[in-house]
Design a protein around this ligand. Structure first.
Ligand code: ARG
Length: 589
């Protein structure tokens, strides 16, 4: 279904052409003076220069030609040459009736669907999850859903960080604490006990402890390095214990992601790319892509046009170890082989920008990817505390994700119970959904690359630009619809929406019609905050309409039915939008 802007632009372009001007001047946009009109076209000002005429004269000609079109309620030429446009009530109602009967409410799917891998989450085994990982999960989930909604085949991959010096550190520390474990036996054959000899809480405490200890103890550090090396070269005992660590971590991670309502299609690991590394390096060498720099193997990726310094991509360290860039390159090879994607999108902290720039350039230069393959890095900003510094616990430590989520849910729970009585169980259930919405909306309503302040009070407020406010609006609509059903016993969705007869109804209708336009923008820009902006405006327009209109007690049954149909559409559009943000609405709150 064409967007409203497309429809108006078509009319105005035709008018420009009809009057002998180039059609390109007929571009229409949303009005930046909504108090005066809904849409505007400023093309006459530009056309005036080309045709050496007064802009107002051109604007007037266009307006005269379009005056009687049913789509416009008002179209006027304004000094010095603007064209101001307001749509007719009949047209708006007609558009909404069509929208509600069209698949995806008039949002057009991608003409050529792509296979897209979204690489997000990116937790590291045995290292604690931090708020950055939460941002990756929340943002990635939303982007994945948006891409999928637009008709693409999307694969979400958690890409576990299971490869790196943390492996040796954790194992060395376990060895120090529990030298009696069979894994450390010289004669160890590789059969390991069914249950891991440690819990997740132990693991989480071990890594920071080991990392700290290694700073003051060079012997320990050396031992850890040694273990990493042996593990990476197939040491039986260490491999067995690493598998246990993996199992324990993954089952814990799955719980956390479930709490976050984040769902991966793939649980691939960094180490899955290892089998591809040696062939890749041979291929690089044979084709003279590499050179040796201070003992390390590198690929130059700087281009002549660069204004900033882009260091070479590091393939092998001087001691022969593979690095983060190496595994990311090899992972691309694996992904090409398994999925031949058209696009891969990585979602990480924006501090990894250079890393990805190097990897992407290297992949292109060495032709690991097809020429038209799209590689994107979406870098997010930092979540700060109220003091403007990266978010920490009161004690200054890294906050576990569960505690963060719990602090938000508890606050919502408190607010729910504040002025009403509800069964504890139900209130908890509602608080879980609303709390998550508060957290996700608080994150997603910002432009991704921007830093933002984590503010529990603001995020959990039932008023203002917040997740709870949006959910509250949905719940309000649900309850009106339930009441209507109870009184009328009718299916509300199929009733015709009539032209608006109040300005608040007209405003509401106008907001709804922006859905397809907005979603196409959110999709193109991969920007969930566009959806947040839209649903906030839509919720406001609905609430104004609701306060001005006595829906249930209206006596004109046709009008009442039309309103029911209208707010059903509002509800359904809101539900689609929150689903794209990874948010669920409760039945009541
Ligand atoms: N594990 C990494 C981290 O914690 C993120 C991984 C992102 N994905 C990738 N293919 N490099 O920073």
């Amino acid at each position: 279904m064409k967007t409203i802007i497309e429809l108006i632009t078509e009319e105005v372009k035709n008018a420009f052409e009809g009057k002998g001007y180039e059609g390109k001047y007929g571009i229409v946009s949303l009005s930046n003076r909504p108090d005066l009109c809904q849409y505007q076209c400023n093309g006459a000002l530009a056309a005036a220069k080309q045709y050496k005429t007064a802009p107002i004269k051109i604007a007037q000609e266009i307006v005269d030609l379009l005056q009687d079109k049913a789509i416009f309620k008002e179209i006027a030429a304004i000094m010095p040459g603007f064209i101001n446009i307001t749509l007719s009530e009949e047209f708006l109602a007609g558009y909404l009736n069509k929208m509600k009967d069209t698949e995806k409410f008039g949002c057009q799917s991608e003409g050529q669907p792509k296979t897209i891998i979204v690489d997000y989450g990116g937790p590291n085994i045995a290292k604690p999850l931090h708020v950055g990982h939460m941002r990756s999960a929340i943002i990635g989930e939303s982007i994945k859903r948006i891409l999928r909604f637009m008709g693409n085949k999307v694969i979400g991959d958690v890409h576990l960080g299971d490869w790196g010096t943390q492996m040796g550190l954790v194992i060395a520390e376990l060895k120090r604490r529990k030298p009696e474990l069979v894994y450390f036996d010289e004669a160890y054959t590789g059969e390991y006990p069914k249950d891991a000899p440690f819990t997740i809480s132990e693991l989480e405490e071990i890594y920071p402890a080991a990392s700290e200890y290694s700073k003051s103890n060079p012997e320990f550090k050396e031992e850890a390095k040694n273990i990493t090396y042996q593990l990476q070269n197939g040491h039986k005992g260490y491999s067995a214990i690493w598998n246990h660590i993996l199992e324990v971590s993954v089952s814990d991670l799955k719980e956390i992601y479930k709490t976050l309502n984040v769902d991966f299609d793939l649980w691939k690991k960094e180490s899955d790319a290892l089998p591809y590394i040696s062939d890749m390096i041979n291929y690089f060498k044979e084709n003279n892509f590499t050179r040796v720099s201070e003992g390390a193997l590198v690929v130059d990726v700087k281009e002549e046009t660069d204004t900033k310094e882009i260091p070479p991509c590091l393939i092998l360290k001087s001691d022969g170890a593979a690095l983060y860039q190496t595994t990311d390159l090899a992972t691309i090879i694996e992904r090409m082989k398994l999925f031949s994607p058209d696009q891969i999108i990585y979602i990480t902290d924006k501090r990894q920008e250079l890393h990805f720039e190097q990897v992407f350039r290297c992949a292109r230069k060495t032709k690991l990817v097809k020429e038209d393959m799209i590689l994107n890095h979406i870098g997010y900003g930092t979540m700060n505390g109220k003091d403007g510094k990266p978010f920490k616990t009161r004690e200054g430590g890294v906050m576990r994700l569960e505690y963060l989520i719990k602090s938000v849910t508890d606050e919502v729970y408190r607010k729910i119970m504040e002025n009403r009585s509800m069964e504890e169980e139900e209130a908890r259930e509602i608080a879980t959904k609303v709390g998550l919405a508060a957290l996700k909306y608080g994150d997603l309503s910002n432009q991704i690359s921007k830093d933002y302040v984590f503010d529990v009070d603001r995020f959990t407020s039932f008023e203002g630009d917040t997740g709870p406010y949006i959910l509250y609006t949905i719940v309000r609509i649900k309850s009106i619809l339930a009441k209507y059903r109870e009184l009328n016993n009718e299916e509300e969705a199929d009733i015709l929406i009539l032209p608006a007869d109040s300005s608040s109804e007209q405003e509401l209708m106008l907001e709804i019609t922006k859905f397809n336009e907005m979603l196409e923008t959110a999709y193109k820009e991969m920007a969930p905050h566009r959806i947040c902006q839209y649903i906030y405006d839509l919720a406001n327009a609905f609430n104004t309409f609701y306060h001005n209109t006595k829906i249930i007690s209206e006596e004109d049954t046709k009008k009442k039915a039309s309103w029911i149909s209208l707010i059903t559409l509002v509800q359904n559009v809101l539900l689609i939008c929150i689903d794209l943000l990874g948010i669920e609405a409760p039945e009541r709150m």
